[in-house]
Design a binder for this molecule. Sequence first.
Ligand code: GLN
Length: 720
Amino acid sequence: MLKGVPSLAGRNLRLLTTQGQVLVHHQHRAKASAAEPAELLDQETDLSKRAKFGHTGKQLQQKICKEKKLRAPPLLNLVFANRKLSFYDTSSTPKTKEDNAKLSQRRHYSMRPHREQEQRNAEDVLFDMFASEETGLISMGKFLAGLKTTGIRRNDPRVRELMDNLKKVHKLNNYETGSSAETQHLNRETFKAVVAPNIVLIAKAFRQQFVIPDFTSFVKDIEDIYNRCKTNTLGKLADYIPQLSRYNPDSWGLSICTIDGQRFSIGDVEVPFTLQSCSKPLTYAIALEKLGPKVVHSYVGQEPSGRNFNELVLDQNKKPHNPMINAGAILTCSLMNALVKPDMTSAEIFDYTMSWFKRLSGGEYIGFNNAVFLSEREAADRNYALGFYMRENKCFPKRTNLKEVMDFYFQCCSMETNCEAMSVIAASLANGGICPTTEEKVFRPEVIRDVLSIMHSCGTYDYSGQFAFKVGLPAKSGVSGGMMLVIPNVMGIFAWSPPLDHLGNTVRGLQFCEELVSMFNFHRYDNLKHLSNKKDPRKHRYETKGLSIVNLLFSAASGDVTALRRHRLSGMDITLADYDGRTALHLAASEGHLECVKFLLEQCHVPHNPKDRWGNLPVDEAENFGHSHVVEFLRSWAEKVDQPNEECQPEAVTTKTQADEEICSTSDLETSPATSPIPTPAESGSRAGSGRSSPVPSDAGSTASAGSASSIDDKTKPGL
Ligand code: GLN
């Protein structure tokens, strides 16, 4: 019996047998076989006709669902709609004026077929990447595992269609034995139809075009930091209410979500905890979104208080210092009640606020812990005192009902969540107010900018100044052990571990933030342009290396000693070679730039005898191109170096440390006239004089293969 995996190649219906044979059933056959139900074929004809009238795939599916009162579109609808067959028929030649007009309209959209072609290519490339040569089928298990390494999870809303399609195909395939929907094997056409609705995201993932291109390596580093923090047993549980004192001090969870929705979680990431002070930036954001910064900040300041988070103190204008401490957050709650939604009941305002939090979290877990709420209200003498003190000082807007405001504040603190959901919230803040997983715009970017500014200066209680100095990123901590960290335009991170330090910040969370920033250049004031000893996971490894080598080789080829010096000062590895094994020394020699050759050997200590892929040494190059002065110099240098016990500088084989570089460079500038930053007339002359074509990489494109550039001591140099 046939185990049918239906797929569509052009206008045919293919069926795959269990042995992997493909049977092709032509659509024009009048009678459908049992494995090729007539209803499906009718739908196909019907759909291809309808598609001619300009529906988009999605519209078409919706329309058919509505007409046929289906809850979900049948698979064939989906296959056809996704392939976007025959939006217009390009085979017919226009005859009438009307036809001509239609054609010119089509030309207007001439990018469309092009883009579709590109997409089709992407689908094919993906298939070829994962398909088995033996069976000609793709294992969806392997494919989804590959997708996961890029940071995209199976439950990501942006691949929902793909996952739904897999279920539909699995069902149509009579639940292919021994496999689930997610581990089944598909032929090319079925695979292409299944991935088509989400191909843009999937192609982006596999092309490494996300903000963290090498997500796997990044995650490895994060795991290392996580494990180091795990062994830290310092800190004490909050005990002002029983629910917090009952937490397990060993709990430790960490979740990451990038602005491209790449996810990683480790540890206790699904254990629920209450938001506490981590709710403060969120209610502040709602107030800003609805009232604007002018109104909000006519009630609350923007200064760090320099005092405890629940200190009974106002600033010199008799306003709470900022919205991140208790007084400021209670004030924000009063703005929500009296100005944002004055007509809502308390219950409605609670629902309203929760719906904002939910949207920010992309629909992930946001709940409510009533026991915590009741305890918070019971143990709230200080918070009530703050409320009365502010009322005495006329801090609140008119019509404020203090009891309702206080309850609302406790409710916000008692909303329940977990690391997973909070990392998406943090990522929405990193992403200018747009949730990365649902792509919904929740807040305006100006609102987020203001929220992040205050989090940066006031987010970690009385540690805020030190945090801004050491970590240099906006963050918000809470007494339940949460720490929300935002790396603007990159990612959101949420760390949760209940033991707190004496200022009320999670001990493990704080250690994580500090270690993260000492490993990666995420600090607000880390330099992104020049090389440093920190990692930059945003950049593509080869892209950065490739660009550097293009610059280095062009400097050498054009005789620009000043540029070479700059590269060296920046800590660059001067021994780098391109795909063909060509080094800066090869190019300087072949172009006859003696000053460059001298600089590279005397100051940078590069090896004098690297071989390119054709076995040529720099001296061979100088000879081939008739630069006798360079040949002479290189020969005498080789003699000096090759003679043991001779007093000469050893050649550098490995990259020097930055500190070494700096020390050497300073002395170079002082002692060597040949390395003056201002070019000598000879240097300028040689720069201008090289008009002849040479074995220099002819354009950036050709050296783009220097994407696989490596230093000459790198035994694993690809392509050599
Ligand atoms: N519920 C706590 C309070 O108001 C929240 C404060 C905090 O997380 N630091 O005291």
